[in-house]
Design a protein around this ligand. Structure first.
Ligand code: ZN
Length: 77
């Protein structure tokens, strides 16, 4: 009777959800990782108890996630 979509999210909800980033990209549900991934910027958002946490502060990856290792100036090879 209940038609739950991926990650327990309502398919209609997925239709209206969008990336909180300025790109407002479409979100793709990743069932294996229990996350939502923006198809535009590539940020990944966690889904907790069927509630997508669409916060930039909670996002993983994306264009901002560059080579931020900390220590640098180390050449190997
Ligand atoms: Zn995005």
């Amino acid at each position: 009777m209940s038609t739950a979509g991926p990650l327990g999210l309502d398919p209609a909800l997925l239709e209206i959800l969008a990336c909180p980033a300025p790109d407002h990209g479409e979100l793709r549900a990743d069932v294996d990782a229990s996350t939502l991934t923006c198809t535009v910027c590539g940020r990944t958002y966690p889904v907790t108890d069927g509630i997508p946490v669409l916060l930039l502060s909670e996002a993983v990856g994306g264009p901002d996630a560059g080579p931020d290792g900390g220590s640098s100036d180390t050449t190997g090879g």
